[in-house]
Design a protein around this ligand. Structure first.
Ligand code: TYM
Length: 353
């Protein structure tokens, strides 16, 4: 291993189709980090997907589709180890060990848990039969296990997951402090991670909020979704000279900001600037903004949809692929679990020896 090689790890839950938040918050960095001599592990977080279910869901099929989308987006199976979380069951063992040193109070401050709690308190629809679970409270511990088990240094995630990565750092530090230097502390957490707003104007595009633009949406769907974005409010003065999206977008109504954010990510700079100019001048422009953006989105989706549908992607070939990758990551992961068992005093597993 060369001195500069980093261990990169990240995951996404197989809870439906991948959306633009997933892409620009996470997958884009996954792709950029490939081919630079780092060891990259990207996985499909199917255990985490179970934290919010109330009935059986075919997560296996969704995992297959997600894997196909990963590869269609540009993740290269020759450069990254892409696996399914539940094919590495020793992650659950590490999560159990780490849970022994994690304060409940700490977990109650976790964003995923708090979001669900507040939805329940507000009487949100669709959560019947799906109360707060032990698994949901332990979400960040399982996530810490994912990260620490391969000794990841860097964890590329969107802004909404940053707190969870910071919790993993705290858990690792606590473990090492109590039981001696055993775990690698992940050090780099992106400070400028993105949080893409939803098409409904909410702060975050999210699978469970029905406000997403998806990477596999066809042109008709794209246009329909974008046309449906609320743009009834007139532009207000921007109160900044800067055209930087980070300065301009927070000064816009949320749903309009979502359109501009996507335009800034997908269109050439001059197109984005042209529309910022129109906004400043208060021209009538929302109709053209929407059709222009829809064209860029569909152009972006086209090759992804084509690769997703490639005939060689049979369920059997995907299964073989996942099996092979689980074999690659297992020895690294088991070594960490064994080291933790030893450090805590129960000793190494006798059956795995
Ligand atoms: P998940 O499936 O919710 O999201 C996967 C990735 O997409 C990013 N993301 C966003 N980024 C910007 N704007 C948005 N609107 C947006 N929506 C989603 C997320 O930040 C994330 O990077 N807990 C993780 C999965 C996980 C994991 C891990 C990640 C499990 N174990 C270990 C890293 C390391 C999750 O729920 O992702």
């Amino acid at each position: 291993m060369s001195a500069k090689q980093e261990i990169i790890l990240s995951g996404i839950r197989p809870t439906g189709r991948l959306h633009y938040g997933n892409y620009f918050g996470a997958i884009k960095s996954f792709i950029e980090l490939q081919g630079k001599g780092h060891q990259c592990y990207y996985f499909i977080a199917d255990y985490h997907a179970l934290t919010t279910i109330s009935e059986r869901v075919d997560f296996f099929q969704q995992t297959i589709d997600m894997l196909r989308t990963y590869v269609a987006c540009g993740l290269d199976p020759a450069q990254s180890v892409i696996y399914r979380q539940s094919d590495l069951p020793c992650t659950a063992e590490l999560s159990l060990l780490l849970g022994m040193i994690t304060n409940i109070g700490h977990l109650e401050r976790g964003t995923t848990y708090k979001d669900k709690l507040s939805k329940l308190e507000q009487g949100a629809q669709g959560l019947e039969g799906n109360p707060l679970s032990f698994g949901l409270l332990g979400y960040p511990v399982l996530m810490a296990a994912d990260i620490l088990i391969v000794r990841a240094n860097q964890v590329p995630v969107g802004d909404d997951q940053r707190q969870h990565v910071e919790m993993a750092m705290d858990i690792a530090q606590k473990f090492n402090h109590r039981f001696g230097e055993t775990l690698t502390i992940p050090r780099a957490v992106q400070r400028n991670a993105l949080r893409l707003p939803g098409l409904d104007g909410s702060a975050k595009m999210g699978k469970s909020d029905n406000n997403t633009l998806d990477l596999l949406d066809d042109p008709k769907t794209v246009l329909k979704k974008i046309k449906g974005v609320q743009t009834t409010t007139d532009p207000e003065p921007l109160d900044t000279e800067s055209n930087d999206p980070d300065a301009v977008i927070p000064r816009m109504p949320n749903s309009v900001g979502a359109l501009y954010r996507m335009l800034s990510l997908l269109a050439p700079e001059e197109v984005y600037l042209e529309f910022v100019g129109k906004y400043r001048r208060g021209e009538k422009f929302y109709g053209t903004l929407k059709t222009t953006l829809a064209e860029y989105v569909s152009k972006f989706n086209e090759p992804i949809i084509e690769r997703f549908n490639a005939p060689e992607n049979t369920p059997e070939s995907v299964k073989d692929f996942l099996r092979e990758n689980a074999r690659k990551v297992t020895p690294v992961a088991l070594e960490t679990v064994e080291a933790c068992r030893e450090a805590m005093g129960i000793g190494r597993s006798l059956y795995r020896a």
